[in-house]
Design a protein around this ligand. Structure first.
Ligand code: MN
Ligand code: MN
Length: 461
């Protein structure tokens, strides 16, 4: 054999996804990304994503889970976990004793939440105090347009939904930064301290209402909120209001091959899972789609992936078929669908080029995450890696391998460990992202589409 023949037969040769897709696939990719962008403009919080999922699922014939209900092949069932997380299933032709094929993503993203007592006035400017949620570089969240999304639940239980800053006629909110002229002290601080947590105070207004006192601007703001939403200051005590970047997602680059949006992590995988689930025929094994909350703060609590709500849902389906939940889990497979860091040539030193995911090379499979000596990871076995490789290859899914940065540089985790701890063989895979956790993150259209194809292949495996 010549060296060229040896090279071809023995060496791996990953190729840019654009060299591997047909004109039809290219058109399908563009259409898919248009639908994805619409979803992103409508769903900026876990509540909005859950609402969106329920609305769409019902169009496709999904019905709410009720304990004791039947679970026959082709049945489409969803479990709404308190409006903040959702699990959906299409019941397969085989018994749940043979396991389910699960894709699990999360729909919460880094942001700033209002504190319980958020409203105050200082120097005749009204503000909201916030507490950041998830891992952010605080200095990135100042001096950019912000919107408020969320819900106030009044004493009598009435929910009041609030969204301000997204309509082009809406006002936006903002956090101020220091002018460079006076920032010599600030610029010498380490980055986590350039903007302190207690400086993430959102400007709400500056016009005093007529009268006497030191709270006339604040009073004017709460009066406006009262007229528009019927709330009073103490109603903030029972509210979940979040400050997120204002505006719609946009195509990036002269060739429009990329998309910038708030919260690609992880709604880019959540959307892929949903669209795949909505378009598959009745699968052999039951297909399950999870959109979890609280991943960015450790997956704890009622709506996080550690919550027993997942057992409540899957146990209910298993009961309907006379199957033990533990048997179902042991025979299941889970794709923990979450984003990876795309290789960034601006910061090559944090990655191992030979093992990092790249834009446009497709859905990235991450065998393990964790930090230092793989601490905290769920390390997918060689057998599981073989299963996912062969499933993707059989279905012409464009995929690549990923690791989360060079050894000892940092690390992270996803819901993979929470699923694997349930005795479900699990592997991480998802869309590579540039500027992860920044107000605007970047992904490639090709990778978004490849991830949807990957979810389809898993559901039908
Ligand atoms: Mn994530
Ligand atoms: Mn994240």
């Amino acid at each position: 054999m010549t060296t060229e023949e040896l090279r071809k037969s023995l060496l791996a040769a990953p190729k840019n996804g654009f060299t591997r897709i047909s004109a039809e696939e290219r058109a399908a990719m563009e259409n898919y990304c248009k639908r994805y962008m619409t979803f992103m403009d409508e769903a900026k919080t876990e509540r909005e994503a859950t609402d969106w999922a329920i609305r769409e699922a019902e169009k496709y014939g999904f019905v709410p889970f009720v304990p004791g209900m039947e679970a026959k092949p082709g049945d489409k069932i969803y479990y709404n976990n308190r409006g903040k997380a959702i699990a959906l299933a299409v019941v397969g032709t085989e018994s749940l004793a043979k396991g389910a094929n699960i894709c699990a993503a999360h729909v919460d993203s880094p942001r700033m939440d209002l504190k319980p007592n958020p409203l105050y006035e200082d120097s005749e400017i009204a503000y909201f105090k916030t507490h950041y949620y998830g891992g952010i570089k605080k200095y990135q969240w100042v001096a950019l347009p912000l919107a408020i999304h969320g819900v106030v639940v009044k004493m009598d239980g009435t929910p009041v939904n609030i969204t301000i800053g997204e309509d082009e006629n809406d006002p936006i909110l903002m956090i101020s930064d220091l002018l460079p002229h006076l920032a010599s002290g600030q610029m010498e601080k380490p980055a986590p301290k350039i903007i302190g947590g207690e400086q993430l105070n959102v400007i709400l207004g500056s016009e005093p209402i007529e009268g006497e006192g030191s709270d006339l601007v604040k009073l004017n703001i709460i009066k406006w909120l009262n007229e528009k939403y019927g709330i009073v200051e103490s109603d903030f005590l029972s509210a979940e209001l979040s400050i997120v970047p204002a505006g719609k997602c946009r195509e990036v680059g002269f060739d429009r091959s990329l998309i910038a949006a708030y919260g690609h992590d992880d709604r880019v995988c959540a959307y892929a899972e949903l669209e795949a689930l909505f378009t598959i025929p009745t699968p052999a094994k039951t297909a399950v789609c999870i959109l979890a909350d609280k991943e960015e703060v450790g997956s704890m609590g009622l709506t996080g992936m550690k919550s027993k709500y997942f057992e409540h849902f899957m146990g209910g389906l298993c009961d309907a078929q006379g199957v033990k939940l533990d048997d179902c889990f042991a025979n299941s497979f889970c794709l923990s669908a979450d984003v990876s860091n795309a290789f960034d040539p601006n910061f090559p030193e944090v990655s191992d080029r030979r093992n990092n995911s790249k834009l446009n090379y497709g859905v990235s499979i991450c065998k393990y995450t964790g930090s230092r000596g793989k601490s905290g990871c769920s390390d997918a076995s060689a057998e599981v890696m073989s299963h996912i490789r062969s499933t993707f290859e059989k279905n012409n899914v464009i995929w690549q391998i990923a690791t989360l940065g060079a050894v000892d540089v940092g690390g992270g985790g996803t819901v993979a460990a929470d699923m694997a701890n349930r005795n479900i063989p699990t592997v991480d895979a998802g869309v590579p992202v540039l500027s992860m956790h920044a107000p605007w993150e970047i992904v490639s259209k090709l990778d978004c589409w490849a991830t949807m194809e990957a979810c389809k292949a898993i559901y039908l495996a």
